[in-house]
Design a protein. Structure first.
Lengths: 504, 169
């Protein structure tokens, strides 16, 4: 086993990896950019190495700096977390060439699954069900239009080298195809340096159901059941749960077998996720995420398996040591992402300084968070601040527990998506398990009218208190002038805008 | 002191009078019994009303204040009488047109209209990129593009004017 590893990431996932590694007796090296100098992950690691630089490209994406930091600190392996360099096959190779261990899948598997078109071909060959659509990407609107008419509307346009919901557009009317294609293609070009697009049939009442797989370096691959991730907006997930309310035991076994076949087809080891589109009882392969997922904790909660621990053990060459029948999921788990976004204004990004933090607790309530009082939330990084996760014996109790946990929570200084999550959790259709990936987009996020009077009164009193505190504050110029006058020192201390302080 | 508080799209009038160190509160002309207790100086508050205590989280600068109660967040806009008169006059002058402002900090990626263009309500004017997502900024009203202050590649702050629309007569 490694005695020291480097975590090439930031935020809650860096902390998540550090926590398990510390429990395994492994020392942790954190890396950080200039804006993250005070971030939680730098404080909870054994060693923190500054990468310098303000942008991701100058820090968390700078492969040279990260490999150099690992070599200098004597780290034996690198865990990439999710995002940043986690799905860069070239980086995985460079890590190994530098004599370090890559805590993740083989570079060849990342490559095979990284291209939507190549992966689709491989999946068709492996007998994994796929959505009707193009097998070759197109790069101009005219070709896209011809292909779209063959497949039939509605149609989904996706970046060939995409991920994270970027460069994806849905087109319902043939007339909208041109502008949507240009927008998606330029977004893909800007984000991934590849403007080629892939077209496929858009399925109705679709649900996003994904299967967690785990494989070791000795050929053992198994699945840990599915996650339901249909509560999302513009392909950015808000609520995830495990198990899915629509997947029964027989279907779970079929999906699990398909996911294992997908992983085996590319020689996969480590933790990975096979995403399926679920539509009216049928499931189709979407893509495989060759990394740890944001929503991995819901699987951990019902299986009792620490996925980061398994990743590290697998990377160190250990056997899984258990089989499919040893995986016994229990109860129900829900995760809510705490994103810095304003659900009352179309989920626009929200920036600010974290204040007035109230952290939830209680039985079976887990908070994977990078938040601290005074943390600056800017636009440079992913808006996800934390994940709130609960477990309960059944779905109804899990929903009730999550509602309770959200009601305990407050994140001041920025807007978060929590009020939207609360509204979803309290919605009768969600309680019945009847929702698809359009559910969240169809909701208008509102706060109940019953509290409006009290809120108005509280806000007015708060304003009154603020004004009074300001008047009494020793820093305030009005107060300084007033107190100076009473002490007959007016000529001495009063500082005016634009002038130097007058000294006696 | 009279304060106009906009919550959930409706303006309420809250009057606070300090009498013998106690706050006497009137809501829309009716007296309301409340007691406001600060738990800490950071924004944790207990509001007592009708024999019940409500645990609130409050943040804000007095003009725009967020109140969170049992997980529900209320964004309030507050004005005193003087501010209300000034803001009402400014809104009347703009008549639905006026400057289109950036809703968030970001970078202007592409302009979709030119000065002098006639635009429909909801027509995309430009593309603003923030957090690697492209967002179309739409015209708030039908009219003519009077001025475009935004340029491709320009970094903008939230509420920075991007474009001025003269509303249709």
């Amino acid at each position: 086993m490694f005695d020291r590893i480097l975590i090439a990431n930031r935020g809650e996932i860096a902390l998540r990896v550090i926590r398990t590694a510390r429990e395994m007796g492994i020392e942790c090296v954190a890396v950080y950019s200039e804006p993250d100098a005070r971030a939680l992950h730098t404080r909870m690691a054994h060693v923190a190495v500054p990468l310098g630089g303000r942008t991701p490209a100058e820090s968390y994406l700078d492969q040279d700096k990260i490999i150099d930091a690992a070599l200098r600190t004597g780290a034996k392996a690198i865990h990439p977390g999710y995002g940043f360099l986690s799905e860069r096959a070239g980086f995985a190779r460079r890590v190994q060439e530098a004599g370090l261990v890559w805590i993740g899948p083989p570079a060849s598997a990342i490559e095979a699954m990284g291209d939507k078109i190549d992966s689709r071909r491989a999946m068709v060959k492996a007998g994994v069900p796929c959505v009707p659509g193009l097998t070759d990407p197109v790069d101009d609107p005219a070709a896209a239009s011809r292909a779209a008419h063959e497949i039939g509307f509605p149609i989904c346009i996706k970046a060939s080298a995409g991920g994270g919901g970027k460069g994806i557009r849905v087109v319902r009317e043939p007339g909208d195809l041109g502008s949507a294609f240009r927008a998606a293609s330029s977004e893909a070009l800007a984000s991934f340096g590849d403007g080629r697009m892939y077209l496929e049939k858009f399925l109705d009442e679709p649900r996003h159901v994904e299967v967690q797989v785990l494989g070791d370096r000795h050929g053992d691959v198994l699945h840990l059941g599915e996650r339901e991730c249909s509560v999302q907006r513009r392909h950015q997930k808000l609520i995830e749960e495990c198990p899915s309310p629509v997947v029964d035991g027989a279907t779970r076994a079929r999906m699990g077998a398909a996911a294992v076949a997908a992983a085996r087809a590319v020689g996969y080891h480590s933790a990975g996720t096979v995403e399926f589109l679920w539509s009216r009882g049928e499931f189709y392969f979407l893509e495989m995420n060759t990394r740890l997922q944001v929503e991995h904790p819901v699987t951990e909660m019902i299986t009792g398996i620490d996925l980061v621990r398994e990743q590290i053990r697998i990377a160190a060459g250990e056997h899984l040591g258990y089989g499919q029948d040893d995986v016994r999921p229990r109860g129900h788990s829900i995760e809510v992402r705490v994103n810095a976004e304003n659900p009352f204004q179309g989920f626009l990004p929200s920036t600010g300084t974290i204040s007035n933090l109230r952290i939830p607790g209680g039985p079976w309530t887990r908070l994977d968070s990078a938040m601290y009082r005074g943390m600056e939330v800017g636009l440079a990084y992913d808006p996800m601040l934390a994940k709130l996760i609960v477990w309960a014996p059944d779905r109804a109790q899990a929903i009730a527990r999550m509602v309770r946990a959200i009601q305990e929570t407050n994140v001041g200084g920025v807007h978060t998506g929590l009020p939207a999550a609360l509204q979803v959790l309290l919605h009768p259709a969600f309680a019945r398990g009847e929702f698809d990936t359009h559910f969240l987009e169809g909701l208008t996020i509102q706060s109940p009218e019953q509290y409006s009077d009290l809120v108005a009164v509280a806000a007015a009193i708060h304003r009154h208190r603020l004004a009074r505190r300001r008047a009494l504050s020793p820093k305030d110029s009005a107060r300084a002038g007033w107190s100076a006058r009473t002490r007959n020192e007016l000529t001495g201390h009063v500082q005016r805008a634009g002038s130097q302080e007058v000294s006696q | 002191v009279k304060t106009f508080v906009e919550v959930n799209g409706r303006v309420r009038e809250v009057e606070l009078v300090e009498r013998l160190g106690e706050l006497v509160v009137t809501l829309d002309g009716r007296p309301i019994e409340v007691s406001y207790e600060e738990v800490d100086p950071f924004g944790q508050v207990i509001l007592l009303h009708g024999g019940e205590g409500f645990a609130l989280s409050i943040e804000g600068n007095g003009q725009s204040t967020a109140v969170t109660l049992a997980g529900h967040r209320y964004d309030c806009t507050l004005e005193d009488e003087r501010e209300r008169a000034a803001n009402l006059a400014a809104r009347a002058a703009a008549k639905g047109g006026g400057p289109v402002k950036a809703v968030m900090p970001g970078v202007v990626l592409q302009l979709l209209v030119a000065p002098g263009d006639e635009v429909e309500e909801g027509q995309p004017l430009l593309i603003l990129e923030a957090m690697k997502m492209q967002n179309e900024i739409a015209a708030p009203a039908a009219g003519k593009v009077k001025k475009l202050t935004a340029q491709p590649g320009m970094a903008v702050e939230a509420r920075q004017p991007l474009c001025v629309i003269t509303p249709q007569a």
